[in-house]
Design a protein around this ligand. Structure first.
Ligand SMILES: [Fe+2]
Length: 408
């Protein structure tokens, strides 16, 4: 026998082994070689088994319907077998199922605080602390095969910075029109919008956005007018010889945290009152209502929706209106404070990727006839970054497992 497969596609290194198991009918406790004790419920174990009555081996998706088992799954026997797997006999099915210790350790829900974070933790920043985007030389990216170690060497730190600080700058990419697409698709699918699959940020005649002029743009996120605003924005510089037009970025989460600390009433208002966001052009009419700072159930920051030129007429209850505007102006004053802003100049071959639901971007005005400024842009979702990052971690684990197998 060998170790059982796991219900996922992952490879789980065995850093600690199982040394002891004791069980009750409805849960068991295992002791690990480092002394940690983990409890697992019988029902949890039953549905996370990897056999073909539980998951479809072709898709690794669950096919078991727990409610179809005639009674609550209980444990009649549990042991550690000669391969180091946890072996459990379940009733009423009278079915023996085996569990990979690496999988159990990685999914130890009884000791969640001891698990390594799945994704890099958020690092909030002010421009005073982070003066330039975290920068990675991507000159060798174009020649790297998809899924290769060479690609991972560039992508891993890229995604790490993106998930932690909300932005990253790749440098020395080819200055070819459309090259952005190849880089973005190394992370995931591009989200097409009414501005196109890719969009060109340069001054044009008859613009349908202030972005396509040479005027200054205030700090904003793109498309807060959508129910689901794009999670990521990529801006890729092809030409930049104009005077002015410096890029400005700020961490909207750091601003929200400062607002909470310094103006708690304004924070309370901006996390609850709904504003109307509107992007009405000649051919489209996108409208969405949302608080300006969106929190999760535990009060954590999920997104900011700050874009003054994309707010429609407010439609909050009459009694809330003045309070809402007061809070808005408090926030607007903070946005003008120099402590939050990072300023930098795009060089041709730079691609800045940033979390569009967290960071605000802005631009100084530029002299339209002093040269040319051409950025290409596209959107992706946060999901794509998280998935790609997990895939890189998975590849790293597979390599560790492979090495361990070879030395064994
Ligand atoms: Fe923008």
């Amino acid at each position: 026998m060998a170790l059982p497969i796991t219900p996922d596609y992952d490879s789980w290194p065995i850093d600690e082994t199982l040394v002891k198991v004791v069980h009750e009918a409805r849960y068991l406790s295992v002791t690990w070689s480092d002394g940690r004790v983990s409890r697992f419920h019988s029902v949890w174990l039953r549905e996370n088994a990897a056999d073909d009555t539980t998951v479809n081996p072709a898709t690794r998706e669950r096919i078991l319907d727990l409610s179809q088992i005639p009674a609550w799954p209980e444990i009649t026997e549990a042991s550690i077998d000669e391969d180091g797997a946890l072996s459990v006999l379940f009733t009423p099915e009278d079915r023996r199922l085996r569990f990979h210790p690496g999988f159990l350790r990685a999914n130890d829900y009884d000791n969640q605080d001891a698990l390594p974070p799945e994704l890099p933790p958020l690092t909030l920043w002010h421009g005073e602390q982070l003066e330039q985007p975290p920068t990675i030389d991507a000159a060798r990216l174009a020649e790297a095969d998809h899924g290769s170690a060479q690609e991972a060497e560039i992508l891993y730190p890229t995604l790490h910075e993106l998930l932690g600080k909300g932005l990253v700058r790749l440098r020395n990419l080819p200055t070819e029109e459309g090259a952005i697409e190849k880089v973005a698709e190394r992370i995931g699918s591009i989200r097409t919008t009414n501005f196109g699959h890719l969009f060109n940020v340069r001054a044009i005649q008859n613009p349908d956005s202030n972005a396509y002029t040479s005027i200054a743009l205030p700090p904003h996120v793109d498309l807060p007018t959508r129910e689901y605003q794009p999670g990521l924005q990529c801006l890729y510089c092809l030409e930049n010889t104009v005077e002015g037009g410096m890029a400005v970025m700020m961490d909207g989460f750091a601003i929200a945290a400062a607002l909470k600390e310094e103006h708690p009433e304004a924070y309370a208002t901006l996390t609850t009152v709904h504003w109307r966001y509107a992007n009405t052009s000649r051919n489209t009419d996108h409208v969405w209502y949302s608080p300006m700072i969106v929190l999760g159930q535990a009060g954590e920051l999920l997104e900011v929706r700050i874009a003054d030129f994309l707010r429609g007429p407010m439609m909050a209850p009459f009694e809330q209106t003045e309070t809402a505007y007061e809070a808005l102006m408090t926030l607007q004053r903070m946005l003008r404070e120099p402590r939050f802003a990072m300023r930098f100049t795009y060089a041709p071959g730079d691609m800045v990727i940033f979390d569009n639901r967290r960071l605000l971007h802005a631009r100084d005005a530029f002299e339209g006839d002093s040269g040319s400024r051409w950025l290409q842009g596209c959107y992706l979702e946060r999901d794509e970054v998280r998935s790609r990052y997990r895939m890189l971690k998975r590849a790293e684990r597979a390599e560790r497992v492979e090495e361990a197998t070879q030395t064994a």
